[in-house]
Design a protein around this ligand. Structure first.
Ligand code: NDP
Ligand code: HSE
Length: 435
């Protein structure tokens, strides 16, 4: 019989929504994890800010510490679930530089400092795993990094932020106000410590950049993604979407495109968009996430599941732990950063999209022709127009949906409409995807 490897010493940095569930599952299923990894796993330290704070799960007080050096040094594997950039970055680097493998769910950190972390891991031979950083329980990082490593990915489109999806869904299905829906998402543990990262689209943008790096074998960061959040979406927009058999989702889109110089590059954007109700992403409700991946050989794949919440995210963390523990005990390592393709980042203005523009206009002869003229002057073709009376006297509502056009031209149309004497208000301009 080969000798059993010594138990692995694990530190969990952070015992909040996700960290507490990781600790609970490691305790409750201790023997299963040992069997799956081939080595016993022992949680030795739990780093927190306030050791006296109430916890969702019981944690042996002897494990709690506020000292990162005590928590990290001498461990075999460190699980970072603090969030944010600092002190998470310093702690992760401290571990990697000592050859300690790191598992993190921190997309903000990866999107801002991914190359630095990858380099530190490669230099010391440590593993860096981050399945939980994108879409909670869904194994999309593994899917892109390993299962689809043999394919050429052309496009990724996903609902990757549980908080905003929960908010949009609660506003449309339960009639909750934006504020009520956000408060509920925070209570359920979906939102980031600063929920503006969710509602402003930055959390989705960080995930978009991580997925794009993996899919396109190129280094991309948060600043390379054009971002709009959901703050501008009103109950009226949601009702209007339902009227046209559509729903509104915050989408993350990353695609290969040919740039204006004729060379291939990567274009990435995060924004709310109208989707037809029969689109595969339209039925992704609550805090669920889904990612559609298009591969040249594989065709279209859809990854779907719980995108946020303590236990679903802990599932992803622990899958990484099984792999990292096995490598520690028996050799091997996680895939390293793959950036050989070095595709340039394209200006998001060259993306071709469609808009649905809702206008409040003067109810007078020729107004439709004035509006149509503005679209025509900017080279944007109208697909359909719907007109109805407005509740304000002397006004009516026009809802125009365009054909595909350059994003830059669509923005110019929206600006010009806002300046036209025929238009009282550009009530909304929302992109249309999937039709
Ligand atoms: P929480 O805010 O619930 O927990 C954060 C934990 O980190 C707390 O235990 C806190 O300690 C500890 N902490 C914070 N700052 C420090 C510090 N300076 N030093 C030591 N400990 C500190 O976060 P979540 O569990 O929600 O998220 C953790 C990570 O997982 C984030 O990167 C997040 O993006 C990611 N993630 C979260 C998901 C979710 O659904 N919540 C889903 C997917 C990923 P104390 O308890 O004492 O305050
Ligand atoms: N705040 C994130 C979300 C957590 O709402 O999707 C999961 O990454």
């Amino acid at each position: 019989m080969p000798e059993s490897p010594a138990p692995l010493r694990i530190a969990v940095l952070g015992a909040g929504t996700v960290g507490s569930q990781v600790i609970r599952l490691l305790h409750d299923q201790h023997d299963d994890f040992a069997a799956r990894s081939g080595v016993a796993i022992s949680v030795e330290k739990v780093l927190v800010r306030d050791p006296g704070a109430p916890r969702d799960v019981p944690i042996d007080p002897a494990l709690l510490t506020t000292d990162p050096v005590e928590a990290i040094d001498g461990m075999d594997i460190v699980i970072e679930l603090i969030g944010g950039i600092e002190p998470a970055r310093s702690h992760v680097l401290r571990a990697l530089e000592q050859g300690i493998s790191v598992i993190t769910g921190n997309k903000a950190l990866l999107a801002a400092h991914g190359p630095e972390l990858y380099n530190a891991a490669a230099a010391s031979g440590a593993d860096l795993y981050y399945e939980a950083a994108v879409a909670g329980a869904i194994p999309v990082v593994y899917g892109l990094r390993e299962s689809l490593a043999g394919d050429r990915i052309t496009r990724i489109m996903g609902v990757v932020n549980g908080t905003t999806n929960f908010i949009l869904d609660a506003m449309s299905a339960q009639g909750l106000s934006y504020e009520e829906a956000l408060a509920r998402a925070q209570e359920l543990g979906y939102a980031e410590a600063d929920p503006s990262a969710d509602v402003d689209g930055l959390d989705a943008a960080a995930k978009c950049s991580i997925l794009a790096s993996l899919a396109f074998h190129s280094r991309v960061g948060l600043d390379d993604v054009a971002v709009e959040g959901i703050a501008s979406i009103t109950a009226e927009d949601i009702a209007e979407a339902a009227f046209f058999n559509r729903t509104i989702k915050l989408l993350a889109i990353a695609e290969r495109r040919i740039g204006e110089d004729g060379a291939e590059g990567v274009a990435m954007r995060v924004h709310p968009a109208l989707l037809p109700l029969d689109h595969p992403l339209a039925s992704v409700d609550g805090a669920f996430n889904a990612i559609l991946v298009e591969g040249e050989a594989a065709g279209r794949l859809m990854f779907y599941g719980q995108g946020a919440g303590g236990a679903p995210t802990a599932s992803a963390v622990l899958s990484d732990l099984v792999a990292a523990a096995h490598h520690r005990a028996y050799g091997g390592h996680a895939p390293r950063e793959s950036v050989y393709a070095r595709l340039p980042i394209l200006d998001p203005g060259i993306a071709r999209t469609r808009y649905q523009i809702r206008l409040q206009v003067e109810d007078r002869l020729g107004v439709l022709s004035d509006v149509a003229g503005i679209f025509a002057r900017h080279g944007v073709s109208i697909h359909s127009v719907h007109q109805r009376d407005d509740k304000e006297p002397g006004a009516c509502v026009i809802v125009a949906t365009t054909h595909l056009a350059r994003e830059a031209d669509l923005r110019a149309v929206t600006r010009a409409l806002g300046q036209s004497p025929a238009v009282r208000e550009v009530a909304s301009a929302i992109r249309v995807e999937g039709e």
